[in-house]
Design a binder for this molecule. Structure first.
Ligand SMILES: Cc1cc2nc3c(=O)[nH]c(=O)nc-3n(C[C@H](O)[C@H](O)[C@H](O)COP(=O)(O)OP(=O)(O)OC[C@H]3O[C@@H](n4cnc5c(N)ncnc54)[C@H](O)[C@@H]3O)c2cc1C
Length: 401
C-alpha cells in the first residue's frame, strides 16, 4: 500500500514524518506500507525568511531526514490528479511523465503569490514568493548601485501593506543603504488599498507598526491601489505617479493550482474545504493540508491561516490521519489552540502578539530575538536522526505555542 504526499513545504514535510511515525508505532514495515513524497526538489524553502538578504541560502535539505524515517522522495511536479483512478501523473526534471498510484493522498502543495492582471506587473514587479523571486530581487537591488543616483533609483514602492509588505518595507531602508551607501536618500512607500497598514492584523498591533514605519522612514499611501507598473515607476488609483525603479508586489496569496483538480469545494483563496480530520469530504482517499486546505482549528470554527505556524501542525495531523485511515485506525481531530504573530519591523525591532485578537506581548529587541529564533531554529527540519525525527512529528506535540 502507498501513501503519497505532494509537496515538500512545511505541511508536506510534517505529513511525511508523522505518517512514518504512526507506521513505526504500529510496527508496519516500509516494504508493506510505502510513504512517498513527490516535489520538484528535495528541499524545504524557508519562505518566511525570503525577505532577508542572501536568499540563495534560505533552503534546507530534506533527503537525509526523509531517508532516516524511510520515506521515499520522488522527483517531479504533479500535473494531474485522477481521484477516480487514485493516480497522480508527474513530470520529471528530464521531461518524462510518470504515473503514481496511491491508496491515500495528502495534498500539501502550498500557496503562491496572487498576481492580478495589472499592466506591467509580470514584467516589472518583484516579489519574495519563491527562492528564485527573492534572488531576482536581491540581484536587482545590488544592480541599483551601478545606476545613476536618481530619486527613482532610490525609491521602492511596496504594493500591499499586509504581513509580508510590512516586513519587506521596514527591512528595505537598511538593505538599500548597505548597497547604495549609508548616506543614500532612500524612499520606501507602501501602497495599500485599505485604510490601515497591517489592516488584517487588527487594532492591537497598529500603534507599534505605525511607530516602526515612522522610525524606519517608510511612507504610506492608504485607500490607494497600484494600477500599472513600468520600468521607471507606478501609477496609482488616485492618479498619482511615483517614479521608482523597484516595485515590490505583496498583495495576497492563493492556493497552488493543483487544488482545482480535486472535485470538491474550494474557498476564495483556492483552498480545499476539509473536515476536522483534514479529509476532503466526498472524495475518497484524499486529505489536504497546509496552505492548500481551509480547515477549522477549533470547535468554534476558527479557520487556520495560510501560515507556517498552521501548516506545520496541519501537516502532522494530515500525515497521521492518512496513515491511520490506511491502517484501519481512528483519525484525530485537528486542533490548534494557540496562535501567535511575530512580525519583523526591520531596524525598529519586531512585534510579538498572542491570541486571535493579537494582544501585544512584547516588542523591540525581545521580539526581534524571538523572530530570529523562529526563523533560524524552530521552523527548520528536525535532525536526520530516526527517533528524534519521528518524535518531532507527534501531532499532539507539534508547535502549539
Ligand atoms: C515572504 C513570506 C513571509 C512569510 N512569513 C511568515 C511568517 O512570518 N510566519 C508564518 O507563519 N508564515 C509565514 N509565511 C507563510 C508560510 O511560508 C506559508 O504559510 C507556508 O510556507 C505554507 O506551508 P505549506 O507546506 O502549506 O506550503 P509551501 O511552503 O508553499 O510548500 C508547498 C510545496 O509544494 C510543492 N508543490 C506545489 N505544487 C506542486 C506540484 N504540482 N507538484 C509537486 N509539488 C508541488 C512546492 O514545491 C513546495 O515544496 C510567509 C510566506 C512568505 C512568502
Amino acid at each position: 500500500m502507498r501513501l503519497l504526499i505532494i509537496g515538500a513545504g512545511f505541511a508536506g514535510m510534517y505529513a511525511a514524518l508523522s505518517a512514518a511515525r504512526l507506521r513505526d508505532i504500529e510496527g508496519v514495515s516500509p516494504d508493506r506500507f510505502q510513504i512517498a513524497l513527490v516535489a520538484p526538489v528535495p528541499t524545504l524553502t524557508v519562505r518566511p525568511r525570503l525577505y532577508e538578504p542572501r536568499p540563495e541560502t534560505l533552503t534546507a535539505p530534506l533527503l537525509d531526514v526523509l531517508d532516516a524515517v524511510d520515506v521515499d522522495y520522488v522527483q517531479g511536479h504533479a500535473e494531474r490528479v485522477d481521484t477516480t483512478a487514485n493516480e497522480v501523473e508527474i513530470m520529471t526534471r528530464d521531461g518524462r511523465r510518470r504515473t503514481l498510484a496511491y491508496d491515500r493522498l495528502v495534498l500539501a502543495t502550498g500557496s503562491r503569490l496572487f498576481r492580478p492582471d495589472i499592466p506591467g506587473l509580470a514584467a516589472h514587479g518583484f516579489s519574495v514568493d519563491t527562492v528564485d523571486d527573492a534572488i531576482a530581487l536581491d540581484r536587482h537591488l545590488h544592480g541599483l548601485g551601478a545606476r545613476p543616483a536618481t530619486r527613482a533609483r532610490n525609491t521602492v514602492v511596496v504594493a500591499g501593506g499586509g504581513f509580508t509588505g510590512i516586513e519587506v518595507a521596514t527591512e528595505m531602508p537598511a538593505r538599500l543603504r548597505a548597497i547604495l551607501g549609508a548616506t543614500a536618500d532612500i524612499r520606501v512607500i507602501i501602497v495599500e488599498r485599505s485604510d490601515a497598514i497591517g489592516h488584517d492584523l487588527g487594532p492591537g498591533p497598529r500603534p507599534i507598526i505605525e511607530e516602526a514605519l515612522d522610525k524606519t522612514g517608510v511612507e504610506a499611501r492608504l485607500t490607494t491601489g497600484v494600477t500599472a507598473l513600468d520600468a521607471a515607476g507606478v501609477m496609482l488609483s488616485n492618479g498619482e505617479r511615483i517614479e521608482a525603479e523597484t516595485v515590490f508586489w505583496a498583495a495576497g496569496m492563493r492556493a497552488a493550482p493543483l487544488t482545482a483538480q480535486i472535485p470538491a469545494e474550494r474557498d476564495n483563496f483556492g483552498r480545499l474545504v476539509v473536515g476536522r480530520d483534514l479529509r476532503v469530504p466526498g472524495v475518497s482517499n484524499v486529505f489536504a493540508t497546509g496552505d492548500a486546505a481551509k480547515a477549522a482549528c477549533d470547535d468554534a470554527g476558527t479557520i487556520a491561516l495560510m501560515s507556517c505556524q498552521h501548516a506545520t501542525r496541519m501537516g502532522a495531523f494530515a500525515g497521521n490521519n492518512a496513515a491511520a485511515d490506511l491502517l484501519g485506525l481512528p483519525t484525530m481531530t485537528y486542533h490548534q489552540k494557540a496562535y501567535v504573530t511575530c512580525l519583523d519591523l526591520g531596524s525598529a525591532g519586531a512585534l510579538f502578539t498572542r491570541g486571535w485578537d493579537r494582544k501585544v506581548a512584547f516588542v523591540g529587541a525581545e521580539a526581534k530575538k524571538m523572530k530570529q529564533d523562529i526563523n533560524t531554529i524552530w521552523i527548520y527540519p528536525p535532525k536526520a536522526e530516526r527517533a528524534a525525527a519521528l518524535a518531532s512529528a507527534d501531532p499532539a506535540r507539534v508547535t502549539d505555542l
